[in-house]
Every structure is written in structure tokens, then in C-alpha cells.
Design a protein around this ligand. Structure first.
Ligand SMILES: *[C@@H]1O[C@H](CO)[C@@H](O)[C@H](O)[C@H]1NC(C)=O
Ligand SMILES: *[C@@H]1O[C@H](CO)[C@@H](O)[C@H](O)[C@H]1NC(C)=O
Ligand SMILES: *[C@@H]1O[C@H](CO)[C@@H](O)[C@H](O)[C@H]1NC(C)=O
Length: 335
């Protein structure tokens, strides 16, 4: 009875012992990937957050990375990593990468390295809260596998590339809080994705919304805190799946009286523009979580009903509006 147990114990200790002596025997991680990761760690000056990136262990077990079924690195996500210096060009040597994210590393500096263009399988590219400078690189428009691009709270300069609309699988583009200038490219009406999330807020964008943007639905569109002007009514329409529209802090100027809204619209902010006319009755049909039309040139009575009286007066101030939640219309007329 005892012999098989002893045998098993011997076998187990042998395996454990040999693994301990020769870590490479059990290693599944691809050696080229491991080499690239160790170069990345070194280029970043061996930050403490990457302590688990130990050459003696299997790189598929390291923190902040993931391997696919073939033991190739397919994801790097480093958040709050206190990373310093430029993005290491060696990230381009991880050919199976699908996800690359650097989030909240304020001392990550410099332009986006051109080696990123080698990542032919990259689907999700995100850099947020970093001191990234330079223009949006042209090579991004050639990375056809991209589904989501976010470079936000950074210091990108120059114009928004019109060629980005050629990314046929792209459904999310977030460039909020940069120093981007110039117009919204008219090609942006041609994004192919059925769903689309577009956030260009808090830049220095100028000019009108190109008419072509009216050709497609933006489920979420945030253009707030720019220097945009003219008509934005083309973003609305009843037969759409629009969920959020934020146009606040611009110089948009159009008559809102006859605008029809999608039933799916839950978030509408147009504060601080030059939008005029009466608030349409159709607004009472919406289920709103956020509504702010303050500081425009709106006139007349606030439609009564739906969610419109759920928001306090601050959402309506700075117009020529009357009725709840503002004061009664007859009082205003009497003045
Ligand atoms: C961002 O990087 C630039 C150099 O590219 C530097 O002058 C600046 O101080 C950095 N800003 C922050 C907030 O680290
Ligand atoms: C775009 O997405 C489809 C569906 O997920 C996929 O089959 C196709 O390979 C993708 N295109 C590229 C260039 O990655
Ligand atoms: C509407 O926007 C103004 C200006 O930003 C702000 O002061 C106010 O609190 C907002 N009100 C609501 C209800 O969102």
C-alpha cells in the first residue's frame, strides 16, 4: 500500500526540484516576447511596478501583461505605474499585441514612437493622462485592426488627421484634453462602424461641424470646450441611436425650435453657446439623465412634463426662458 504513495511523492519532488533548478523547462513564454519586455523594462529604468518582470520566471505570469493561447504577449496595461521617460520603442517588437494601454503615468513623455506601426494586430490603443507630445502620428491611420483609439489628457498638437476615417473597424475615437487645433475633418462622416463614440472635447478646434457628419449616427459625441461655431442640428434626428451629445462651451449658433431628438437621447448639454429659438416639446418625451441648456439665447416657455422639471434652474439660466423650474411666464411678461 505504501509503495505507490512513496513513488508519487518521489515523482512530485523530482518535478518540483527540477523546475526549481531549470525554470526554462516549464517556461511557455515566447523568448522573443520576453526579450522585448525586458528591454521595455530597462528602457523605463526598471520601475518598481515592473518588479514581477523577472527574467527567471515565465513572462506569461508577469503582472500587467497577458498571453494568448499560444503564449504570445497580447496585452500590456499599465495604470498608475509612475512610468517616466519616453514610451519604449521596443513595444513594437510584440507582434501579437492586441491591447496596449498606458493610463495615468503623468511623466511618460515625448511623441508616440513610430515602431507602434509594426503592431498589425493592435485593436485597442490607449494613452491617458500622460505628457505625450507631438502630432497624432500618420501611421495610426494604417493600423487597420484598430477598434478603439484613445489619446486623452495629453499634449498632442496639430490637426486631427482626416485619414483616421479609413480605419474601417474603428468604433471609438477619444482625443479629449489635448491641444489639437484646426477643424473637424469632413471625412469623419465616413466612419464605417455601426456604433460610434467620438470625444474631441477640450481642445482648440475651430470652424463648423462638417455637413457630412450628419450622414451617420454618433452614439456618443462630445465636442465640448472647443471653439466650434455654426449649426450643430445635423447631429440630431429622430431615427438615430444617439445617447449623448455634449456641445457645451463653444459658439454654436442655430435655431433649436424644430430639432427632433432620438428617443434614445439621455444626455444633452449645450450650455454656453449662442443657440436660439424655443425648446421643442419633443424634449418631454425623453428619459434624461443630464440636461443643460444654460447660457444660450433661448426664448419662451420651458415645455412642461417628462424629465424637464427634474433639473434645477441652473440648467436653464442665462436665457430668456420662463416656467418651472424658472419663474412663471406671466410674472416675466409683467416685468
Ligand atoms: C512635459 O514634458 C515637457 C518636455 O517634453 C516638460 O517641459 C514639461 O515640464 C512636462 N510637464 C509635466 C507636467 O511633467
Ligand atoms: C475587422 O473586424 C472584423 C470583424 O471582427 C474582422 O473579421 C476583420 O479581420 C477586422 N479587420 C482588420 C483589418 O483587422
Ligand atoms: C449647467 O451648466 C452650468 C454652466 O456650466 C452650471 O453652472 C450648472 O450647474 C449646470 N446645471 C445643471 C443642472 O447641469
Amino acid at each position: 500500500m505504501e509503495t505507490p504513495i512513496i513513488k508519487i511523492i518521489c515523482l512530485i519532488s523530482l518535478i518540483v526540484f527540477s523546475t526549481f533548478l531549470h525554470p526554462s523547462l516549464s517556461e511557455l513564454c515566447n523568448p522573443e516576447d520576453k526579450k522585448a519586455l525586458l528591454q521595455i523594462k530597462q528602457a523605463l529604468n526598471n520601475p518598481s511596478i515592473l518588479a514581477s518582470w523577472d527574467p527567471q520566471t515565465d513572462c506569461c505570469d508577469w503582472l500587467y501583461v497577458q498571453c494568448n493561447d499560444n503564449h504570445r504577449i497580447n496585452s500590456i496595461i499599465i495604470e498608475n505605474g509612475k512610468l517616466e521617460g519616453p514610451i519604449p520603442p521596443q513595444v513594437g517588437n510584440l507582434p501579437y499585441l492586441k491591447v496596449l494601454e498606458f493610463i495615468t503615468n503623468p511623466k511618460l513623455t515625448g511623441p508616440i514612437p513610430p515602431t507602434i506601426a509594426k503592431l498589425k494586430r493592435l485593436q485597442l490603443f490607449r494613452i491617458s493622462k500622460a505628457n505625450i507630445t507631438g502630432p497624432i502620428p500618420e501611421f495610426i491611420a494604417e493600423m487597420k485592426s484598430l477598434k478603439s483609439v484613445e489619446i486623452s489628457s495629453a499634449r498632442l498638437t496639430g490637426q486631427i488627421l482626416s485619414s483616421l476615417s479609413g480605419l474601417s473597424n474603428l468604433t471609438e475615437l477619444n482625443l479629449n484634453r489635448n491641444l489639437l487645433t484646426g477643424p473637424i475633418p469632413s471625412s469623419f462622416g465616413e466612419f464605417k462602424g455601426e456604433y460610434f463614440f467620438l470625444d474631441l472635447s477640450r481642445n482648440k478646434l475651430l470652424g463648423k461641424i462638417p455637413a457630412s457628419l450628419g450622414k451617420r449616427t454618433f452614439d456618443v459625441i462630445d465636442l465640448s470646450w472647443n471653439r466650434l461655431e455654426g449649426d450643430a442640428s445635423l447631429l440630431f434626428g429622430p431615427k438615430r441611436s444617439t445617447w449623448k451629445v455634449d456641445l457645451s462651451m463653444n459658439s454654436f449658433e442655430f435655431d433649436i425650435s424644430n430639432v427632433e431628438f432620438a428617443k434614445t437621447l439621455e444626455f444633452l448639454d449645450i450650455n454656453h453657446n449662442k443657440i436660439f429659438g424655443r425648446l421643442p416639446e419633443g424634449l418631454t418625451q425623453l428619459s434624461l439623465v443630464h440636461f443643460n441648456v444654460s447660457y444660450n439665447r433661448l426664448t419662451g416657455e420651458i415645455p412642461q412634463g417628462g424629465d424637464l422639471q427634474r433639473f434645477d434652474a441652473s440648467g436653464y439660466r442665462g436665457n430668456d426662458l420662463c416656467g418651472p423650474p424658472l419663474s412663471r411666464c406671466d410674472v416675466v411678461t409683467a416685468l
